[in-house]
Design a protein around this ligand. Structure first.
Ligand SMILES: C[S@@+](CC[C@H](N)C(=O)[O-])C[C@H]1O[C@@H](n2cnc3c(N)ncnc32)[C@H](O)[C@@H]1O
Ligand code: SF4
Length: 394
C-alpha cells in the first residue's frame, strides 16, 4: 500500500511526515467468508452467492484473533466475499478491537442500511472501506448488479452520518478509468477523506479478465491526477488521504515527478520512499482465507503456507521454510527481467509478484504492470532483452 498523500506532503513540506518504519508484525487481511451477494468481474476471491463449505467458525476465529494479538499484528482488515454476510462479523470485529488491534471492514456496502447501521457503528471499526468502481452504470456493470451503486452510495452516507470513518475504493481498469476523476470529486462532495486506488491484480476473476487491465498510459494519467489532487488538498488544508495499492511503481513514479517538479527535494523524498520499501507481500502483509489457509498476501491463494486449524498463524508466519516466502523476504528479492535490472527497485521492492507469476509462471519475472519507461528506471533495453533472447536460444 502506497500512502501517496503522505509522500506528497513530505515533498511539499520536508520534515512534516514521519519516515516509514518497521511495523511490529504483519498486517493481516482476513477473508472471513467467500460468499457474496455480488459477482464482480475482477474479484480475486472468485466469490458468488453460495455457501462455501469448511469456513472457520466463530470459536476458531476468536482463537486466531488471540494469536494475532500475541504476534503483535498491528492491523486487521476483515474482508470476504462480503463480510456482512457473516452473522458473527461484528462479534469478531469487536473482539479484535477489544484486543487493541486496528480493525477495518472491507465491504461492497450494498448490505448496509438503516436496520444495521447502529450495529456497525457500535462495533467500533477504525475504518470502513466501501468499493465504488465508477458512476452508476459503470459500477453496476462492473459489479454485475443493477442498483449496486445506489445501495453503496447510500451506505457511504449512512456511515458518515453515524460518525464512522469511511474510505472509497476504486479498482482501475480500461473500462472505468474515464470515471476516476468523477469518483474523486464525488468523494470530496460527500466529505470522505480517504480514497484508495486499487490497481488490477491478476488473481481469480481478475486474472481471467486481465485483458481489461488499464493501459500504462492510463495508469500514468490516473496517478498524475491523484498527485495533483493531493497537492491541491495540501494547499487547501484538506487532510484527505490518497492511497494506492497493487502497483508499487507508483512510488517510483512519484519520485520521477519530484525530479521534474522539485529537483532539489527529490533525493530527500527518495530516502522516505526507500524506507517504505514498496511491496511487502510475505513480509508485512499477510492473508488468511475463509478456510483458514495462510498466504503471502490476498492475491496468492494458489500458494498456501499452512492452515490455522493445524498451527497458529504466528508459527506459520515465523517458522515456515517455504521457498517462495523466504524469497519474498530476501533483500533484495531475486528479481529477473526488467525488474531485475531496474535501478529503482529499492523503492518498489519489485512490485506485484503475482502478475509476473500469472504471466510467466515464475514469481520473479518482471511485473507486466510496471508503467515506467526504461529511462525512468535507468535501464537500457539490451540489459533485459538480451537475457530473454539468450534464454530463447538456449
Ligand atoms: C475481494 S473484495 C471483498 C470486500 C467486498 N466484497 C468488496 O467488494 O469491497 C476487497 C476489495 O478488493 C478489490 N478487488 C477484488 N478483486 C481485485 C483484483 N483482482 N485486483 C484488485 N482489487 C481487487 C475489490 O474491488 C474490493 O475493493
Ligand atoms: S469484489 Fe467484493 S463484492 Fe465483488 S464479488 Fe468479490 S467479494 Fe463480492
Amino acid at each position: 500500500m502506497f500512502r501517496l498523500s503522505q509522500f506528497v506532503r513530505e515533498l511539499l513540506e520536508p520534515g512534516s511526515q514521519r519516515k516509514p518504519g518497521v511495523p511490529p508484525g504483519p498486517v493481516v487481511i482476513w477473508n472471513l467468508i467467500r460468499r457474496c451477494n455480488l459477482l464482480c468481474k475482477h474479484c480475486y476471491s472468485i466469490s458468488a452467492d453460495t455457501n462455501f463449505k469448511g469456513e472457520l467458525n466463530t470459536e476458531e476465529a476468536l482463537t486466531v484473533l488471540n494469536d494475532l494479538k500475541q504476534f503483535k499484528v498491528p492491523a486487521l482488515i476483515l474482508s470476504g466475499g462480503e463480510p456482512l454476510m457473516r452473522p458473527d462479523i461484528h462479534q469478531l470485529g469487536m473482539a479484535a478491537k477489544e484486543l487493541g488491534i486496528y480493525t477495518g471492514l472491507s465491504t461492497n456496502g450494498t448490505l448496509i442500511n438503516e436496520s444495521n447501521i447502529d450495529e456497525i457503528a457500535a462495533a467500533g471499526y477504525d475504518y470502513v472501506g466501501i468499493s465504488l468502481d465508477g458512476l452508476r452504470d459503470t459500477h453496476d456493470a462492473f459489479r454485475r448488479k443493477e442498483g449496486a451503486f445506489d445501495d453503496s452510495l447510500h451506505a457511504v452516507k449512512l456511515c458518515l452520518d453515524a460518525g464512522i470513518k469511511v474510505g472509497l475504493r476504486f479498482t482501475i481498469t480500461a473500462g472505468n478509468s474515464h470515471e476516476l476523476t468523477d469518483l474523486v470529486q464525488l468523494s470530496e462532495d460527500l466529505g470522505v477523506d480517504k480514497f484508495y486506488l486499487s490497481h488490477l491484480n491478476y488473481a481469480g476473476r481478475g486474472n481471467k479478465n486481465r485483458g481489461d487491465d488499464a493501459f500504462h498510459r492510463t495508469t500514468r494519467d490516473a496517478v498524475d491526477m491523484l498527485i495533483e489532487q493531493a497537492i491541491k488538498d495540501h494547499e487547501n488544508g484538506f487532510m484527505r488521504d490518497f492511497v494506492t495499492g497493487n502497483n508499487d511503481a507508483d512510488g517510483v513514479y512519484l519520485y520521477q515527478w519530484a525530479l521534474k517538479n522539485f529537483p532539489d527535494r527529490a533525493e530527500h523524498l527518495r530516502e522516505h520512499l526507500i524506507a517504505w520499501g514498496g511491496n511487502q507481500s510475505g513480509r508485512y502483509i499477510s492473508n488468511i482465507d475463509n478456510l483458514g489457509n495462510v498466504h503471502p498476501d490476498t492475491f496468492w491463494w494458489e500458494h498456501t503456507l499452512g492452515n490455522v486449524r493445524e498451527k497458529p498463524f504466528s508459527e506459520i508466519w515465523s517458522q515456515s521454510d517455504d521457498q517462495l516466502l523466504s524469497e519474498f523476504r530476501m533483500q533484495p528479492r531475486p528479481l529477473k527481467g526488467r525488474c531485475g535490472v531496474c535501478q529503482q527497485r529499492d523503492i518498489c521492492g519489485g512490485n506485484t509478484r503475482v502478475r509476473a507469476f500469472q504471466l510467466y509462471k515464475d514469481a520473479w519475472e518482471e511485473d507486466p504492470a510496471c508503467y515506467l519507461t526504461d529511462d525512468e528506471i535507468g535501464v537500457d533495453p539490451s540489459m533485459y532483452s538480451e537475457r530473454i533472447n539468450m534464454e530463447a536460444m538456449g
